[in-house]
Write a new protein. Sequence first.
Length: 211
Amino acid sequence: PASNKDQNGVIQIEASVERYFGFNLRRLNSSKAQEEVDFSVAKSQHFAQELYETRIASMQRFVAMIVMFHQMGKRVQQFFAIISFGVWTYRMDRTHSIMRIATTASPVSGADVREQMKYIRLQKKLEKSINTISGAYLRYKTKKEAARIKSLERRAKLLDENAAFIHKVNERELRDSRHRRTSAEMQHRRASGTVGGISNLGSQQPTMMPK
């Protein structure tokens, strides 16, 4: 709200004297639904955490790291001078700019970093699950296609064998039919020849021999 901003537009938050964070909010909205109150309390806590991370915690980390690296550099500078009796020297101001870059406070709050890490972790798990499922499906599809091709090849082989067997059976039946026809014709011819011979003999007249 505008009443909490100063002349520069910066929000000024007064120190909380509540029994616990969100006590007044819960007490003033006791007549409302519990879920709405809990959501409002969580939203206020998140906003307060962002203010703390961006205004206080980042500055505390920055000061702590500056003091720590300054103390470390000072101890290293004194160490080389002591062990070499002043022959070796080390100037820690030579690395001040490097340390300053390395110790600059991050403008992103720790809460946002944690949320982003959770999101990235969840995204990696989701991608891994998708890759696992996709790989399993592709392997199943490849295996199924190979089985289908093998079944078709087996069926084609059986059809070829059946066709060859049927062809052999047909040829055998054709030969048997020709053989039976030939045998029947020969028997018919033999029977016709025998009957004809007998009829010729019966029709002949006895010849008279001259005396």
